[in-house]
Design a protein around this ligand. Structure first.
Ligand code: SAH
Length: 235
């Protein structure tokens, strides 16, 4: 079973949205598991302190290495002695990609540390070899929404979770392209029609149209993806 352990000062945020819909059903079916570990439970003083002022001064607070390490160290290695990937949600991290999500989903699970305040003591990142993962170039108030998003992306790829396995193979990023436009009934809406080719019943033409549209959209919207796609296509 794919196992997620989330370290947070807000364990009430979990499973949250992951308790509903696809991920929630899969949780009930025990296709994956989720434990939220309260970092505060590993504090050692009577105020259950998890943060302190930054060395060198400046605004905000920094999460303490000793408390976070105590929380992380409660997580044992599995029977084969191997550790799950340890991720730190962080705007400084490598931006999350579908390729990384696929790798994580294919593995044993993940340990995810959610930062708060100004972030975490750098020595913890080194000392526990945390992989910093970012959701994008913007700042959240905490790592929890990022952890929920990352878990959502992983869980839907676990075998048996998604109804139709094929829908994962065709979506955006799977071939390095954005997805083609989608349409459904009614055939005319506010005077707008569905492209003829999609109602032609000619599967080869549909396929060709979708490929061309995916390429057009990628070229237009994501020059970075388009360049990588072109480079990969060259012999
Ligand atoms: N002072 C930090 C931001 C701290 S935001 C800086 O300037 O880099 C507080 C916490 O929210 C972070 O520790 C991290 O866990 C989470 N967070 C914020 N933005 C994020 C993002 N884009 N991706 C992933 N986690 C993020």
């Amino acid at each position: 079973m794919w196992r997620a352990s989330v370290l947070t000062i807000f364990p009430e945020m979990f499973p949250g949205p992951l308790g509903l819909s696809l991920a929630g059903k899969a949780l009930t079916l025990k296709l994956w598991s989720l434990e939220a570990i309260d970092i505060r439970a590993h504090a050692t003083d009577k105020h259950r302190t998890v943060d302190d002022t930054p060395a060198g001064g400046g605004p905000g607070m920094v999460m303490k290495a000793d408390v976070l390490a105590a929380a992380i160290d409660t997580l044992p290695a599995d029977k084969s002695g191997s550790l799950r990937p340890r991720l730190l949600m962080s705007p400084r991290g490598k931006p999350l990609t579908q390729a990384r999500v696929r790798d994580l989903a294919a593995g044993p699970g993940a340990v995810i540390l959610c930062g708060r305040f100004e972030g975490v003591d750098e020595r913890l990142i080194e000392g526990r070899q945390l992989e910093e993962v970012s959701l994008g170039d913007f700042i959240l108030s905490g790592g929890e929404p990022a952890a929920l998003a990352l878990l959502d992306a992983c869980v839907r790829l676990i075998p048996g979770v998604m109804g139709k396995e094929a829908s994962a193979a065709e979506e955006s990023f799977s071939a390095g392209l954005l997805e083609y436009p989608q349409f459904t009934r009614p055939p005319v809406w506010e005077g707008r029609t569905i492209p003829d080719v999609l109602v032609s019943g000619d599967h080869a033409r549909v396929e060709a149209w979708r490929r061309a549209e995916a390429e057009r959209l990628t070229q237009q919207r994501r020059p970075d993806l388009w360049e990588a796609y072109q480079a990969r296509k060259k012999p």
